[in-house]
Design a protein around this ligand. Structure first.
Ligand code: GUN
Length: 283
């Protein structure tokens, strides 16, 4: 069997056109959905990410501002900026790009963002809402993974989903989202004994470790669905995921590629969350 590829670029295009349509409807009512992206310092990867986020907003008809600050910005000044954005009626979503310089307590900054504008879904109120099934913003990467499963009409009820990785941004929220859809969820991590024995039982595998070849063909049950959240570089400097794509695609029923899989979905879900924030604020 050769797996069907879940195309994150095509799905993003479809979802972004829906965002654009909904944004236009709001604009007609006098509300332009707005995202503030805050970058402190000159981390080159972060500069690329924030530029892509702002461009994605523009392409979908959302308003966005990029606020760039020197690496020397104090924590107090950043907290004051966040507070001002919390009260800015033109801004519905606030994203403070991570990582922040070491002298700034990132968690403190995230907790300063109003949960109503927390489109990253990183605030503890957002995490608590996800855990209890209350309305709130879901972190964009695992949310994008859920949309990818939805796009293939996958019914998670009673299925065994295995998440490899337990980060606050991907692994843990991913597990909660899968649980909410009635999957039986196992979370594996660096201390897991016999990972292969567990992944071989999985109907769905989400690899979110940040290490190449964490998942190889011999670890996958025939017909399983494999989502690859990894973003790594191989020896030639080429972007690759956590999954041995060439091997695993011979065994899985569906698989996401890297690049062109989960990656584009992350920004798409940021747009969805920003739009949602604006819709909630206007109601
Ligand atoms: N740095 C890398 N990814 C992200 C993200 O999704 N949100 C924020 N705020 N910072 C990041």
């Amino acid at each position: 069997m050769t797996a069907q590829i879940i195309d994150g670029i095509a799905l993003s295009k479809h979802l972004r056109s829906e965002v654009a349509t909904r944004a236009q409807a709001l604009i007609t009512k006098g509300v332009t959905p707005g995202l503030a992206v805050v970058l402190v310092g000159d981390n080159p990867a972060s500069q690329v990410y924030v530029r892509n986020k702002v461009k994605a907003c523009e392409d979908s008809g959302l308003y966005s501002v990029l606020e760039k600050y020197e690496v020397s910005m104090t924590e107090a000044d950043l907290l004051a900026r966040v507070e001002a954005l919390n009260h800015d009626p033109a801004i519905h979503g606030i994203l403070v790009q991570l990582p922040l310089p070491a002298h700034i307590d990132a968690q403190k900054v995230i907790e300063a963002i109003s949960p109503a504008k927390d489109v990253d879904g990183f605030h503890i109120a957002s995490a608590g809402a996800l855990m209890t099934g209350m309305p709130g913003f879901w972190p964009c990467t695992p949310y994008g993974c859920m949309k990818m499963l939805e796009s293939i009409g996958y019914n998670l009820k009673g299925k065994h989903a295995v998440v490899i990785g337990r980060s606050n941004i991907v692994g843990k929220p991913m597990a909660l989202m899968l649980l909410q859809k009635d999957a039986t969820v196992t979370v594996c991590h660096s201390h897991t004994q016999d990972l292969k024995a567990i992944t071989l039982q999985a109907d769905v595998i989400v690899a979110a470790v940040g290490k190449r070849n964490v998942l190889t063909a011999d670890m996958v049950k025939p017909g399983a669905v494999v989502l690859d959240v990894g973003m790594n570089r191989n020896e030639e400097g080429k972007l690759c995921g956590d999954v041995d794509f060439e091997g695993v695609k011979q065994v899985a029923s569906h698989i996401t590629p890297v690049p062109g899989g989960v990656g584009p979905m992350t920004i798409t879900m940021l747009l969805v969350n920003t739009l949602e924030a604006a819709e909630r604020a206007s109601n």
